[in-house]
Write a protein that binds this ligand. Sequence first.
Ligand SMILES: Cc1ncc(COP(=O)(O)O)c(C=O)c1O
Length: 464
Amino acid sequence: MTDALGPELLLELPGWGSRGRALEESLRAAIRGGRLVAGTRLPSSRDLAAQLGLSRGTVTQAYEQLVAEGWLTARQGSGTRVAAGTAETPARSGASEGLAEAAAPRYDLRPGRPDAYAFPREAWARAMRHVLREAPTEAFGFGDPRGRIELRTVLASYLGRTRGVRVDPANLVVCSGYTQALGLLAEVFTELGVRTAGMEDPAMGDHVRLLAGRLRVAAVPVDAAGLRVDALRASGAEVAVCTPAHQFPLGMSMAPERRSELLEWADDSLGWIVEDDYDGEFRYDRHPIAALQSRRPSRIVYAGSTSKTIGPAVRLGWIACPPLLLEPLAEAKRRAHESRHLDQLALARMIELGDYDRHLRTVRRGYRWRRDTLVAAVRSGLPDVRVRGIDAGLHAVLELPSAPSERAVVEAARAASVDVHPLGEYVRGDRDRYPPSLVVGYATPPAHAYPAALDALIRGLRRL
Ligand SMILES: Cc1ncc(COP(=O)(O)O)c(C=O)c1O
């Protein structure tokens, strides 16, 4: 890269969608955010096109559009420059100034974040326009606490066809993501007299804390086959909360014999299973395994979310609910006073039109490429490091058995300006069960910056 580009022509272009629009939006964001300051000369359209692998015409058009909008100026002889007065300088308190800047790593490889650049803007806008034009007037009121019947109907069929879930639309409850689902379930279980929930260890800390607000939460260890049902039995739990498709965060799929053992536990003890299918749409090496729910819909509460598939901005979730839990769950949902009917109708429309499936196919390709790139980079750059887990999802665990400590690993990554999470953050029991490990979310940063993020991570970890 030449000096004229400056480091921040690290333009954040997604790997798909309209390249010209993405380029425009990246430039706007860089100018608005003050990364490209007034007067900065941009590279020629030919140079930028070559660097980003775009056609020159795409870059020229983007520049022309931004000149027309006042972000850039173009003068013969002085090239294309950032116009004056375009940055939004955020007001900051004197004390926090500098600190925040110094602390922010350049690359974000934390888990749990999908690629925001992949948000299906066109499909969502098309669906929402349709909803605003066509939705019946009653859709603008409070409505059924279970959510819009239009969405529940298409979801029942979508979940059946893609995840093997067996549910009637009447037994689906739509909510705001898995986290709300778990909160509602905690209320329901408490009302039913449940005292103890057994939750996989490791697991997402927020989810553990959410349940622990109402129930005793037993940490149930996992092994290579998934949740240890012997430990679950010993814990006296009446509810098991687990991630059978892709254990979070370790990344294995629950083995067939373990699935059967877990179902036996539910049958013998009349226990409930909460199946968190948070990334079941993303399996790269084979067709996904059907949800556990398909084998015992009467005892398994299945929950999914659009947080990973569309994005946290449309954080709709769904609960396929055993008939015995439906009434209390619908009542808990009513008390939550949440009715995002328009989003629900838009999602229904996206699924109906096939746009949701198309979007998933697109992002799956992108995430698969990211995972393969990560695995290849680790193999060649860090031969002692093992990538744990199946070929699935949006994150992977890197094990560094010869590293001095997990803390040292995280610090080495941070010193290379890469933000990652230590596995220990998710472990409640004995942390020494695991070698020093990182949980790497590979859905960010945007595709063109991703290889550089991996390079930085690997260079950082090689210094250990
Ligand atoms: C283990 C796990 N479950 C569920 C979710 C989805 O939660 P929500 O739908 O509340 O965003 C996530 C998202 O990061 C997750 O990591």
